[in-house]
Ligand binder design. Structure first.
Ligand SMILES: Nc1nc2c(c(=O)[nH]1)N[C@H]1C(S)=C(S)[C@@H](COP(=O)(O)O)O[C@H]1N2
Ligand SMILES: [Mo]
Length: 417
């Protein structure tokens, strides 16, 4: 039973505390439109990034996918910058959207707590999709941000993947239900007028029985102020992160990724994620006794001098980590296809590559034979430094950084059948 307080507004229950006069369908729809564009980009780049690990090769972080793996395909090796752009976009845009998501949630707060929770079957389904949308977006933001700093080596990858599918299910229902409302609300006010309206002119939108406060308080911020706050925060996030993927002068502004900032001198002065010391690689293990072992139709063991005597190639290729950062350098080394031939392999086959720190991944046949795929021995005209993978490091065009193994020890080409 609603009570009327003498001389004051009617008491609308515990949720009458949402009093901002700026809250309303128009503001919610502005944030909604940004997310309607941004979230599908996140979904597509995320799925592509996942495909890049090529789970069918039976290695890497991907579990068995069941139905969710249907779309997975053999990852491409060209153009060489493709993975870098996909992952840089996914991580940067994901972070830039966080303030927009928070603002959108703030703007619909009264609805999230609306009581009774359902009035009809349709209303109940709509609210059920909200659980997926709100729970899903929060889950994706949290697992995404934890994964960016996966130096802590916890695997949030599967959760982020399956969470994305659950979130998108809710997202599709939510967009279908709300799209017409969004368009109507966006048409109800002009952006240009709002951007000219200061605090004094800020009035509530006409009551819509849900978002607009029944008893609005005097404004403490204009709609223009809220848009500037959210847009400014997103811009700040962009400036503080994009440099880790774009590089150049912007890299020094990328405060969110200090652990891979730099790493060496001269030609070797570019970012390092894992230093030799951090994974227990000593100069002794990589000294003159080091050999690269190739296993194929025959077994071959090569010293660094013997590798340097092979016909070498030089290519500008990026290292692009799943964390979002990337860097392009000029690598020189022995083509992986040439090493396959040395091991007596004549056709396109996958290979398992292993490193001294016992890291190991599988490359597809396409990746082994791709133009530019190499066992790099030099970078920017100098020998690789220990931190960059001396004596030899694998570089594969358009592959995730995790495939670019450093301190290589062995390549096993699958046996001829
Ligand atoms: N041997 C070895 N190689 C490795 C790794 C590793 O831990 N050990 N990390 C990989 C990952 S996840 C990335 S993103 C790149 C990063 O290269 P960097 O450490 O030189 O920056 O190296 C890859 N190569
Ligand atoms: Mo990585």
């Amino acid at each position: 039973m609603a009570r009327a307080t003498a001389g004051g507004p009617p008491d609308r229950g515990p949720f009458s505390r949402w009093k901002s006069p700026a809250r309303g369908p128009w503001l919610t729809s502005v944030f909604g439109l940004v997310l309607l564009v941004g979230i599908p980009i996140e979904f597509v780049t995320g799925l592509l990034s996942y495909a890049a690990y090529d789970p069918r090769l039976g290695s890497g972080p991907n579990p068995d996918h069941g139905l969710f793996g249907l779309y997975l395909f053999n990852w491409v090796t060209s153009p060489p910058w493709l993975y870098r752009v996909i992952e840089g976009t996914h991580v940067t845009l994901g972070l830039v959207l966080v303030p927009v998501v928070l603002a959108k949630l703030w703007s619909v707060m009264p609805k999230l707590f609306a009581w009774p929770p359902w009035r009809s079957v349709a209303h109940f389904l709509e609210r059920l999709s909200l659980v997926l949308v709100v729970g899903g977006v929060v889950f994706e933001m949290v697992t995404g941000m934890l994964y960016i700093d996966y130096a802590n080596r916890t695997n949030f990858y599967s959760g982020h993947f399956y969470g994305a599918w659950a979130f998108m299910a809710g997202f599709v229902v939510h967009v279908s239900v709300k799209f017409a409302d969004m368009v109507r609300a966006l048409r109800s006010r002009r952006l240009r007028t709002e951007l000219r309206t200061g605090l004094a002119g800020t009035r509530p939108e006409p009551s819509d029985g849900s978002l607009v406060a029944p008893a609005p308080a005097p404004p403490t911020i204009s709609r223009r102020g809220i848009l500037a706050l959210v847009g400014g925060t997103s811009l700040a996030v962009f400036v503080l992160t994009a440099g880790q993927s774009i590089g150049g002068a912007m890299r020094s502004l990328a405060l969110f990724g200090t652990h891979y900032r730099s790493s060496g001198t001269g030609p070797n002065d570019f970012p390092v994620n894992y230093t030799a010391a951090s994974v227990g690689i000593t100069p002794a293990a990589t000294g003159t006794s080091w050999r690269l072992v190739l296993v194929g139709a025959r077994r071959v063991s090569l010293s660094r001098e013997q590798l340097l005597a092979l016909p070498l190639v030089t290519a500008d290729l990026p290292i692009a980590c799943t964390e979002g950062w990337s860097t392009q350098q000029r690598w020189t080394g022995a083509p992986l296809a040439e090493l396959a031939r040395l091991a007596g392999i004549k056709d396109v086959r996958p290979a398992r590559i292993s490193a001294l720190d016992s890291h190991s991944v599988v490359l597809s046949g396409t990746q082994v034979w791709a133009r530019g795929s190499m066992l790099a021995l030099r970078v920017n005209g100098a020998d690789l430094s220990l931190d960059h993978g001396f004596p030899a490091r694998v570089i594969v065009p358009s592959a995730p950084g995790a495939h670019n193994l450093k301190w290589m020890s062995e390549i096993v080409f699958s046996e001829p059948t």
